[in-house]
Design a protein around this ligand. Sequence first.
Ligand SMILES: [Zn+2]
Length: 374
Amino acid sequence: MKKKFKLLIFLIILLFVFFLLSQLRKEITIIPNLSYEKDKEVAAQITEMRKNNNQSLLEKYKQLRIIDVHSHDVDALDLSERRNNDNYTSVKDLWSKYGIDQTVLFGAVSDPTAIKSDLLSWRYYEQYPEKIYPSFAGVKIDKDGLSKVKQNLEIGYMHIGELFAAATYSPFASVRWKAKHPNDGNLPEVYDLASEYNVPVLLHIDPPKGLPMQQFELAMKNHPDTTFIFAHGNVHTSPQYLRDLLDRNENLMIDFFSGYTLHNPGGDYKLDDFARIVEEYPDRFVLGSDSGYEIGLENSYIAMYEFIDLLSPKTSAKVAYQNFEQLMERQAPTQEQINLIKKLTEEKGVENKTYHLNKREANELIFTLQKMSN
Ligand SMILES: [Zn+2]
């Protein structure tokens, strides 16, 4: 009897050891990799690009990576394919024509209709992950809006906005979920989530003075770990105003809409005037087309190059893409991404593997694994 009992214990231990070993073999480990260094060699490449003065700006900077941080064009991405209209150019074709390498893509903003365009942005991201940073702007600013924000951030969206944190003069000022000011409704909780996920928030604030801007500065002060991007920050402001704003708020970045300053005939300032401020704060500016609002998309892209051409090589590299890329590369994989990777790899029979990933890479791995299942 005693002998049999010992044998049973031995077998149980043996089974347990086998079980542990089999689990160990299957283990999929995901380690966040958030390292990012701005490539210092790009400045020298830009100096080289500038040596040929006979080229157009577009040819000159063909090799320079450009990120457009502000695009409402999700609905215009692939129309040419559907319309079969030779005269019509889809936005994606314009990206290739104007050397726009990546775009922060959304559609409608601060309105129920944005829920649909946010989904579309994600769908195109799945299709063209190398060209798109998915953003969402369908944020309802009352209590029940928050769970959707968290859900989107968990799924893998890497950017929030454009949100109408105050809008009086914009032709879109009637959007249903716009805020009265940047601390209205649940916006402070949205900023908390943004800092938790290390995702930047792009805010539209008009007019860019008085109470809306006081509230904006209060929001930046109350949420020091959130990165705020001031949408088209050079519209109806001055270089000196931006300098003071940047000086006071370390977590602020400026979405620079070069096309506005270049093409606005009544404007008091030239691109040169702003370029000087950018040299003082080279890590705080990014480029946005605003879908060519009032000036046309193509003019807006060309204006980006006009502006880059005024900056020092080192600053050009940062503003063209590095400042924004850093914001994207330093986001960690979310729990939902991790769970999905584990599930998909398990289905593929992948065993004993360690992934070092950021949020973007986790998205891309998920897309690859999903394509393998289809
Ligand atoms: Zn705007």
